[in-house]
Design a protein around this ligand. Structure first.
Ligand SMILES: Nc1nc2c(c(=O)[nH]1)N[C@@H](CN(C=O)c1ccc(C(=O)N[C@@H](CCC(=O)O)C(=O)O)cc1)CN2
Ligand SMILES: [Mg+2]
Length: 292
């Protein structure tokens, strides 16, 4: 079996172009650009790269970026004060605080401080609740990107057996909620799952998001399954996913590579969510079909 290698980079570029077109229409209509504020605390090198990429993508989409780089020793109170300022700023449609935060800051306290209607990361419990109950809100960018790739690959997902490996609030849980919404039969596996190989072998769709390099082996995968690898693990062999790509590729119908699979979709979906936020806040219609 020769697997399709899912080109997340190309898909993400296409989505960013479509967002850019609608951002231009928004600006023509309202006289202002959609605005995204990105906050980075500290100097983690990977986070710094992601924040720079977000700034570039924001400008390329014709949106206004507000970048706040704060020292690692910034107090929680000062960070909360900045979030409050951004919540109140009418030019800011989306607020994103780059994770992880330094250890002395309580991530939950920051995430819950963001106005849920500017929470383009979709991490606020109000948005998690909206997703779980089928209300309009913001869906976290990485699982939203995974869903777009799955729909592109498979079309209708209804009735498919899906296994999500990992139960984080930012990927695993929202991914499972999205797949339930698509009428998949969903299993969430994690570090305590007894027979991970057996659970994965049932799946038509595997989404791996555990942060363990090459945990998912090729022979565990049901022939013809579609595999989405969310892992970005820096190892001696370079950047690798949570799936043993070389072992898996001959078993799957389609698989995302690392890099160039899910990663670029995260930033494209952030652009999408920011545009949607701006449109909702101004009561401007947008073409949701072009943003999927
Ligand atoms: N507030 C947030 N923090 C974090 C998020 C998030 O969505 N919101 N996600 C990740 C980091 N992230 C974006 O912030 C991100 C990760 C990876 C990529 C990406 O394009 N990866 C490339 C590889 C790049 C590399 O060499 O490192 C790829 O997979 O092709 C984009 C964004 C955690 N924090
Ligand atoms: Mg912390």
């Amino acid at each position: 079996m020769t697997a399709d290698i899912i080109d997340g980079k190309a898909f993400a570029l296409g989505l960013r172009e479509r967002v850019g077109k609608q951002a231009a229409a928004f600006t023509a209509r309202t006289g202002r650009q959609p605005g995204l504020a990105v906050v980075l605390v500290g100097d983690d090198p990977a986070s710094s790269v992601y924040v720079r990429s977000k700034g570039k993508a924001t400008a390329a989409a014709g949106m206004q970026g507000f970048e706040h780089r704060l020292p690692a020793a910034t107090s929680q109170a000062d960070l909360i004060a900045l979030v409050d300022t951004l919540n109140a700023d009418p030019a800011v449609d989306g607020i994103l605080v780059q994770l992880p935060l330094p250890g002395h800051i309580d991530e939950r306290a920051i995430i819950t401080r963001i106005d849920p209607d500017k929470d383009v990361d979709g991490f606020h419990p109000v948005n998690a609740g909206r997703l779980a109950t089928g209300l309009d809100g913001f869906v976290p960018c990485t699982p939203l990107g995974c869903l777009m790739l799955l729909r592109h690959q498979l079309g209708d997902l209804s009735g498919k057996e899906a296994v999500v490996v990992g139960r984080s609030n930012i990927v695993g849980k929202p991914m499972a909620a999205l797949l339930v919404k698509e009428s998949c039969t969903v299993t969430v596996a994690h570090s305590r799952t007894h027979d991970l190989a057996g659970v994965i072998h049932r799946a038509d769709i595997v989404v791996a998001a555990v942060g363990v390099p090459r945990l998912v082996k090729g022979e565990w995968i049901k022939p013809g399954a579609v595999v989405i690898d969310v892992g970005i693990n820096r190892t001696e062999d370079g950047l690798v996913g949570d799936v043993d790509f070389d072992g898996a590729v001959s078993h799957t119908a389609a698989i995302t590579p690392v890099p160039g699979g899910v990663g670029p979709m995260t930033i494209a979906c952030l652009m999408r969510n920011t545009l949607v936020s701006a449109c909702r806040r101004e009561g401007v219609a947008y073409d949701a079909n072009a943003l999927g």
